[in-house]
Write a protein that binds this ligand. Structure first.
Ligand code: GCU
Length: 835
């Protein structure tokens, strides 16, 4: 017991970098309550690379960490009087005879029994056995010691992740450093981290990984890279994770030297068959292909007037003999549509492209559908394509990497959003048709189906760039296996495994995470208007104007009087009519459309009254203030955990929460000012454009600084900021403090551009109260900006500063690189004020 106490204390103090994620195997305080731990482990497979053997090792390592007991592993055939036996049904029967529950197990499923002297972990296949071992360890690590016996089967066969890695080592929409799959055009030599990732994936029962970007590069198919794929597959196979790759549709021409990539041309067909055979020779168990065709400039069958099914089936024929699957993305749309046509709508594209192809895809094709009709926005209804395809297998595409949801610099726990979609009843043929039952294959009796999560892990120790974001990867895997799980339940399992058992830690992270999506929606884009980010640049900070006036089709149709996409059948784009009648009726009618999707389906005046009784515009203002206020509370909530979490993770999370708190104010002000300016309707609460605690930088006395009109204007307070007069100069901005003497939190809003690390010094009466460097590009990992805008706008706060009326406030900024030490304003915040 004494040893355990020492271990626990050491465990808390030791820095943790997040690399172990939820597989920390930290000692559990309740270990002494577990009296019936068996004496040895029997793994019913002796091949060192087999998942069952790996399961034995994992059990040994896990139990040592969690319970402090070192069990021996017998790869043998005999179990002692008390063992943990892990193996497949077949191996178990061969060794021990009967196994009654055998028929209850489906592919990848497992049986776990901890009743009596022995623990039995029996998989339908080797992968299932490994899943069972992780399940048992997860129970132990959470102190769940009571005896259990149960079978667990997957909801769907396809539980994949997609990783948008480029061959040069960058990751599209990845926020955790460079790739660990590719470098300089080739598969990496060292596959250790790939194996570690596969282990993490296996523990949440993910069984496939597509390692390269959907915007695929044909050079992946070179002999050297095929060998590299083999290396990766070998590293991941012991964890039951099968490798898949994304293909570039034009490869036969751009890489293979043919003069066409027409899917109906026999030479093209033969080329794909040949290359597919080569890959399968090296990777006999390859999961299959993922194809993005005729989308956002990618080539595809439409180039030759062939159908999307012609294209998909070409790959299906090539992979079929090898048991491979073709995931064919439904993200097909024209990104040059004309907004002046009221009936045009990108949201209609998927159904329009695919509805006549239903039943024309080969059996090993799965149409992979983004959860909503547009593109991973903070709120969308489910894609109507889920209920359109009855004779085609489908999978849902979710985004774990929150491209439009704060890029892991904002806390957004995504499971509640995914659950809304998965549980949505589309009422196809007026029968229960929940999305989760459509993608599993159950509803329309399809042989295949499941989910694909775009994750984009990188080399950063935390995997995703943020410790708290890992709850998203964890719950993605758990939901892919069992979509009936509750968001809070998965979250709390994850917290116990990641941060331990302290009640306050569990309650606090639960509260922050469960409030996070609503907070983000409130300050980014509400009422179904989409995430009002800059869609033409980095998808991170606010820029509502960028949604309209271009062919991308993420329109809001906002003008001086009204806003929203009219997707009704009677007067709009007809998108509501793509849903089965029972659902279409709800969305067609403004009275029955829920407020949170109002502007997705209807175009209304800013003065339109919501069900809450507020006008649309006042709701915008209030929600943005409310969301930002909630984000402020995450900082003290997290601070209340100091000493209860190791220092490294404590301070890394705190850093991000402080950033989010500041950036949520940037969002709040930008969006409210934009619509205030557009509509001319004042905020009833008089907050918008009224910032009594701010000293605008452009109004200070400037020396070596000049004023700068920020574009978009609403990403600067007063629409103006200051920048140094040259890129190599030092600027000073000063002003006498006019606020009453007292103690304030002093917040400085500035812009942190990529390509420079400016230095700042803030002083009161020549007494420095803080210095900092504009180096967030080294710390945050979101897609950076080279401009003064909503992406680069940020805030630093110095707390509890005593000032006297008349004191001299001075900021000295030293430009660096392309960054001219830009400053927007300084806020003097009395206790409790957010501004
Ligand atoms: C989004 C994203 C792109 C990505 C595309 C896709 O548009 O911004 O980076 O390539 O989706 O899913 O294909």
């Amino acid at each position: 017991m004494r040893n355990l106490i020492i271990l626990l204390v050491v465990g808390l103090a030791a820095a943790e970098d997040g690399a172990s994620a939820w597989l920390r195997y930290a000692p559990v305080p309740q270990a002494s309550n577990y009296r019936s731990l068996p004496l040895s482990i029997v793994a019913l497979n002796t091949t060192t690379s087999s998942p069952v053997h790996i399961a034995g090792k994992e059990l040994q390592e896990g139990i040592k960490g969690i319970l402090g007991k070192e069990l021996s592993i017998a790869d043998g055939t005999k179990r002692g009087s008390s063992s943990i036996v892990v193996g497949t049904i077949d191996a178990y029967k061969k060794t021990f005879g009967d196994f009654e529950e055998a028929d209850d197990l489906e592919e990848d499923g497992f049986f776990l029994s901890t009743v009596g002297q022995n623990v039995r972990i029996i998989g339908q296949n080797q992968r299932g056995a490994l899943y069972g071992a992780f399940e048992y360890l997860s129970r132990l690590a959470q102190g769940k010691f009571s005896p259990v016996t149960y079978v667990s089967n997957p909801h769907a066969p396809i539980r994949w992740v997609n990783e948008w890695n480029n061959m040069d080592g960058s990751i599209e929409r990845g926020y955790a450093g460079p790739s660990f799959f590719f470098k300089n055009g080739f598969v990496v030599e060292n596959v250790t981290r790939a194996a570690e990732y596969a282990r993490l994936l296996a523990s949440i029962r993910v069984n496939g990984i597509v390692i390269n970007n959907v915007n695929a590069n044909a050079t992946l198919l070179s002999a050297r890279n095929i060998e590299g794929l083999g290396r990766l597959a070998d590293a991941m196979r012991p964890y039951g994770v099968q490798l898949g790759i994304s293909l570039n549709f034009a490869s036969p021409q751009t890489f293979g030297g043919l003069n066409t990539f027409d899917p109906l041309d026999p030479s093209v067909d033969a080329w794909w068959t040949n290359i597919t055979n080569q890959i399968y020779k090296r990777v006999p168990d390859m999961a299959g292909y993922l194809v993005k065709a005729n989308s956002e400039g990618q080539p595809g069958p439409l180039t030759y007037n062939r159908t999307l099914a012609d294209g998909a089936n070409m790959f299906a024929r090539a992979t079929k003999p090898h048991g491979g699957v073709v995931m064919f993305r439904a993200f097909v749309y024209d990104n040059h549509i004309n907004e002046s046509n009221w009936k045009n709508d990108r949201a209609n594209a998927a159904v329009e492209f695919f509805k006549n192809l239903d039943g024309r895809f080969d059996d090993n094709v799965v149409v992979q559908i983004k959860f909503g009709p547009i593109d991973f926005q903070v709120r969308e209804p489910p894609s109507p394509l889920f209920s359109t395809l009855h004779n085609t297998s489908t999978a849902i595409e979710l985004q774990v990497t929150p491209e439009y949801l704060g890029q892991n610099c904002h806390l957004v726990y995504l499971s509640p959003q995914w659950k809304e979609i998965l549980e949505f009843d589309l009422r196809a043929d007026d029968k229960p048709s929940k999305v989760k039952d459509i993608i599993s294959g159950e509803r329309f009796k399809r042989p295949l189906g499941g989910s694909a999560g775009v994750v984009n892990v990188g080399t950063n120790a935390t995997w995703l760039g943020s410790h708290l974001a890992m709850s998203n990867l964890y719950s993605y895997g758990r939901l892919a296996w069992d979509p009936s799980l509750e968001s809070e339940q998965m979250l709390q399992d994850w917290i116990r495994l990641t941060f331990g058992f302290d009640r306050k830690v569990i309650d606090t992270i639960t509260e922050m995470s469960m409030k996070s999506r609503a907070a983000y929606e409130n300050y980014s884009g509400n009422l179904g208007i989409q995430t009002l980010t800059d869609i033409l640049y980095t998808h991170f900070g606010p820029n509502p104007a960028s949604q309209d006036g271009n062919g991308w089709g993420q329109w809001t149709r906002a003008d001086g009087f009204s806003i929203g996409m009219d997707r009704t059948v009677k007067n709009g784009t007809g998108n509501a009519g793509q849903y089965p009648p029972a659902v279409a009726r709800v969305f067609e009618n403004i009275e029955t459309t829920p407020d949170n999707l109002l502007l997705w389906f209807h175009h209304v005046n800013y003065t339109h009254l919501l069900k809450s009784g507020k006008t649309v515009i006042q709701h915008f203002y209030d929600a943005h203030y409310e969301g930002a206020a909630t984000a402020q509370t995450f900082v003290p909530m997290w601070e209340s955990l100091k000493g209860k979490i190791d220092n490294q993770r404590y301070s890394e999370v705190l850093f991000r929460q402080v950033f989010q708190a500041g950036h949520s104010i940037v969002w709040r002000d930008a969006i409210s000012r934009f619509y205030n300016n557009l509509s001319g309707i004042p905020d009833q609460a008089k907050r918008v454009n009224n910032y009594p605690y701010r000293v605008e930088a452009e109004k200070m006395k400037l020396d070596g600084y000049k004023t700068y009109a920020v574009n978009p204007f609403h990403t600067a307070s007063g629409s103006m900021a200051i920048v140094t007069t040259s890129n190599s100069s030092v600027g000073t901005a000063s002003a006498n403090i006019t606020y009453p003497s007292g103690t304030y939190d002093i917040a400085v809003n500035y812009y942190d551009l990529i390509g420079g690390r400016s230095k700042y010094d803030i002083s009161i009466n020549n007494r420095t109260i803080g210095t900092w460097t504009g180096d967030l590009e080294d710390k945050l990992g979101h897609a950076p900006s080279i401009y003064l805008d909503g992406h680069s706008a940020t805030r630093i706060t110095f707390k509890g500063v005593k000032v006297n009326k008349g004191d001299m406030l001075r900021i000295v900024g030293t430009a660096n690189g392309i960054e001219p030490a830009p400053i927007d304003y300084v806020s003097f915040l009395p206790p409790g004020i957010i501004d």
